[in-house]
Design a protein around this ligand. Structure first.
Ligand code: CUA
Length: 164
């Protein structure tokens, strides 16, 4: 049986690359386990072609709703080329749960100066939990290229002061 010759320098690099892979995995596992850091993920399937017939994402069910515990749920649909409703208003310093589904292709939703930033994958419901600390008007923009109208895809978000 012939022995395979590996150059000592090459062997050293094999060990280094192997070590780097182990370190990267360890860092990811550490942050996921200790700091609960992970991408917004909510595996909940929905039939994108039948959103208008669904309990939650039918046109008249969209918008801002206050829950019994004082938090707010925002239900939206992303579709070429807009988010619906096109204008929403929520109070500052209040827990907000955004639930959004795509009607057609892949979109993203991003609100500057907040942690609201998620992909909206057709066939799934995206859910983000956030609190807006700053009052004012912000754009909710699409950050996944979805077609020629992508640049014009946004909604207006008003973050208001005192809770009513
Ligand atoms: Cu929707 Cu880009």
């Amino acid at each position: 049986m012939a022995t395979i010759h590996i150059d000592p320098l090459e062997k050293r690099w094999i060990w280094m690359v192997g070590g780097m892979v182990v370190i990267f995995y360890a860092v990811q596992i550490y942050y996921a386990a200790v700091h609960n850091l992970h991408p917004p993920s909510n595996v909940e399937v929905i039939d994108s072609a039948k959103l208008h017939l669904s309990e939650e994402f039918a046109e008249d069910k969209l918008g801002v709703k206050q829950e019994a515990d004082g938090s707010y749920t925002v239900t939206m649909v992303a579709a070429r080329y807009g988010f619906y409703p096109q204008e929403i208003s929520v109070p500052a310093n209040t827990p907000i749960k955004l639930r959004i589904a795509s009607f057609d292709v892949l979109h993203g939703v991003h609100v500057p100066f907040s942690n609201m930033n998620t992909m909206v994958v057709p066939g799934y419901v995206s859910e983000v939990h956030t609190q807006f600390v700053k009052e004012g008007d912000f754009p909710m923009i699409c950050n996944e290229y979805c077609g020629l109208g992508h640049d014009y895809m946004y909604s207006k978000l008003h973050v208001t002061g005192a809770k009513s």
